[in-house]
Design a protein around this ligand. Structure first.
Ligand code: HSE
Length: 450
């Protein structure tokens, strides 16, 4: 009978005595950074064994020196972040400061002297990823960023490595936990946006300044990163059409429920079909609230959770689900990247860089085709439906269903269309607003995920 060796015997051979450690500089020590530092120190022996080399945390760059960082040697902290990142003996740099500057300059300095970089900085990658990727390529260093999109969920590596032999046709994500928490609560409790946002802030799910989340900027940055990777092209945050959730009302959510849907803030990245009339294939990238059928896998993503639904030609449909934010989940993604880039260093290898060979044009929102749900307050008299249908027909927007709620002065028409262009739908809404029979267009929302 073969005996199982004790666990210590299964570990890779330790580095020969005298092998220098891999030196790590951590930039930022907020919610994510402090958890990264804690785990780096607490799991040191296991991380070293997985890498085959000792990882030594040599410094933590912070804006202000504080005393309340238990478990971390105070001597590691420095406010001279530029000097820390410029150290020629630093092999690996973790950037969790966020924002554009000074993060960009610090990352470029690190790459400039050949250090590999792990970053969680979605805003920077979406705004100027190409500059960072070019610098990494030039330095033959790694630039890894699993934590930039959807926290702990492995989605960057699946797109960059596991699915790179396939053709991805669509990536649809719930990539912002704050807005998902708010919309989920509005759905469960029938409450309005403003009061639910206040509750989310009281519970610590939303920031005091919630703009980046509720206006969709955070999700748009993540959409740009996902689309670039999925379609081998370059999409920036500025290319992404964006609408937040501040205008979503409790009656939108109730209307969604009536047609078997739920409202979610979606990041939608799509590659045009090769059968479309256009000479070259294009990508559309957008972030907006949308109704999706309750039977869709993304509909069941509740609370502050994230999920990314990928469709590809050969693999079919895949769903990635998990915690999309928070210190510990995000630190897990950062450390996964750190171990990977450290292993690459030990082997003298570099992981995959940017793949943007396809250079696909980004479709303007006006040409994007989708279904729409409209609610109208109307006069409840003969011929009104005909005049409204006529407006849809004039703009070549085909109606799928019509329902009337209430009667007399309180009559409401709920119309769901077949797929129409955003431009045609906008023109239809403009014309409806000019009809005497239409008192108000109370809601217009896209319907996704057939
Ligand atoms: N604020 C984001 C969210 C997490 O609510 O999901 C960081 O991107």
């Amino acid at each position: 009978m073969t005996s199982v060796p004790p666990e210590a015997d299964l570990r890779p051979d330790p580095a020969p005595a005298g092998t220098p450690p891999l030196r790590v500089a951590l930039l930022g020590c907020g919610v994510v950074g402090s958890e990264v530092a804690r785990l780096l120190l607490a799991q040191s022996a296991d991380l070293d064994a997985r890498i085959g080399r000792h990882l030594e945390l040599v410094g933590i760059g912070v804006r202000r020196l504080r005393r309340d960082r238990p478990g971390i040697d105070p001597a590691l902290f420095t406010t001279d972040v530029e000097a820390l990142v410029s150290r020629a003996d630093v092999d690996l740099v973790i950037e969790v400061i966020g924002g554009i500057e000074p993060a960009r300059s610090l990352i470029l300095t690190a790459l400039g002297h050949g250090a590999s970089v792990v970053t969680a900085n979605k805003a920077l990658l979406a705004a100027d990823g190409s500059t960072l990727f070019a610098a990494a390529e030039k330095a033959s260093a790694d630039l890894y960023y699993e934590a930039a999109v959807a926290g702990a969920i492995p989605i960057i590596r699946p797109l960059r490595e596991s699915l790179v032999g396939d053709e991805i046709t669509s990536v649809i994500g719930i990539v912002n936990g704050t807005t998902n928490f708010i919309l989920d609560k509005m759905d469960a409790e029938g409450a309005g946006f403003a009061e639910t946002l206040t509750q989310a802030q009281d519970l610590g799910y939303a920031e005091a300044d919630p703009t980046a989340d509720v206006e969709g900027f955070d999700a748009a940055a993540k959409a740009a990163i996902l689309a670039s990777l999925a379609f081998h092209t370059r999409v920036t945050g500025a290319d992404v059409y964006r609408e937040g959730i501040t205008e979503v009302t409790s009656s939108d959510i109730a209307s969604a429920r009536e047609i078997g849907c739920v409202v979610k803030l979606l990041a939608i990245c799509q590659l045009s079909s090769p059968d479309d009339a256009a000479a070259e294939r294009t990508v559309s990238v957008r972030v907006h609230p949308a109704m999706i059928p309750r039977s869709h896998p993304l509909a069941s993503v509740g609370g502050a959770y994230n999920a990314v639904f990928v469709e590809s030609r050969s693999a079919g449909r895949l769903m990635f689900y998990g915690p999309g934010a928070g210190g510990s989940p995000t630190a897990s993604a950062v450390l996964g990247d750190l171990v990977t880039v450290a292993r690459n260093r030990v082997r003298g290898a570099v992981g995959p860089g940017e793949s943007s060979y396809a250079a696909r044009p980004v479709t303007q929102i006006g040409s994007v085709l989708t279904r729409y749900h409209l609610s109208l307050e109307v006069a409840d008299v003969a011929g009104v439906l005909a005049s409204i249908a006529q407006v849809f027909a004039e703009h070549d927007v085909s109606i799928q269903t019509v329902r009337q709620n209430g009667r007399g002065a309180g009559a409401q028409l709920v119309i769901v269309t077949h797929r129409a262009s955003d431009a045609a739908l906008s023109a239809t809404v403009e014309s409806l607003r000019g009809l005497d029979a239409v008192r108000e267009v109370t809601s217009v929302m896209r319907v996704e995920g057939e």
